[in-house]
Write a protein of this length. Sequence first.
Length: 433
Amino acid sequence: MKLKILISFLIPILFCLGAFSQDLSSNLDVIINADSLSKSSVVAVKIIDKTTKQPIYQRDSSFLLQPASTMKVATSAMVLETLGSNYLLKTSLYESEGRLYLQLCGDPTLMKEDLVRLFKNINLAKYDTLVIDNTFIDNEFYATGWMWDNFVSGDNPPYGIFNIDRNLIPVKIMPNKKTGVVQIISSYPIEIGNELKIGTVNQIKLEQRPWQNPNAVYISGEVCSSFVKKIPVQNPEKYFLHCLNQSMPNFSGKISFGEVPSCTSLLACKKTGALDILREQNKTSNNLFAETMFKIASRVAFGTQGNMENARKLFEQFYNIKAFVIADASGLSHNNLLNCDFLCDVLFRMGDNRDFRSTLAVAGKDGTLKKRLKEVSLQGKTGTISGVSGLCGYIKTKQGHDYIFSILIQNYKGKAKPAKLLEDKIVRELNEF
């Protein structure tokens, strides 16, 4: 009798859930099919219940697509669980037998001011040698599939063990209307092809032209007033050594490279929380942070120098998958291939991890979602590269339901704005249920 009562109670609930799913599916199909992007591009979507993982809606969710920066959801989850929420990146200064040892870890937040503080109370005259330990991770600047014309973007600087000042050099651009000349001033020597002209707006373009001069950055366009532009360093090691020398002007000894010996005394240390880095990484979609932390995780996991090959191996082991192509950690490479199913699986796995969820942008409040979906309770990660746009995350709907979703739109021409508008339409429709 009790079983019959239970069944009679559950049937209406299951019927309502089925009707709800059907209504949402019909509405989303109408929205997507009515959008011009669906006629020429791939629009893949997956929505699941956060608690049960039950699929609510799926459209081409198994298609292998380029994830753009939604890739950071998967790589940052791996990094966080590998390192732990309390892991500290340490840039340390030691002494031993009349030598100084500077041990680097690749901390992507390290600034020249941090180096100044490390050496501030050190009597540098006592030491004839400074040894830099650069063995923690490698110094490969770029990942497979990155485009050469991305290298001058402030969003895509080279990265590695010698990270400092986020590997960006500030240059001052100053137009002189009397002489008609635009001057470019930098405190660090950079080869710049100055093609700027005086105009009515500040509108410039940065380019690399490897066929013309692989070491130069060409700046063209027009300017009407002075401003500062940050340009990625071409060689992080050289720039790091430049900053290091400026940080210890009273040091007259030699600088060499080697490992820190076992018997040393710690003089100073700059510590950065890994969770703090991951928060800025995901909220602002920082590519330098993502690539560096990926390698650091492989160093901690395997105990050997962190590199991209081991980071990819760790990724495959962590998720127990080999069906995807993982070219980098940030999603910059067009070689990356995964799908909406996988992104939802990752988000489901991390759904109750408060630290992980704190790394995601909050719609209408911060990060890359600050100006989007202000009326929606959403934590998510955006993604954009040429011809690709994505959005994934967690949503609590107006009815109080918790869902996980992933949207990947690929193979469109032109700007990403139409794709972003379609993503927002899909999320707003989900928010009604």
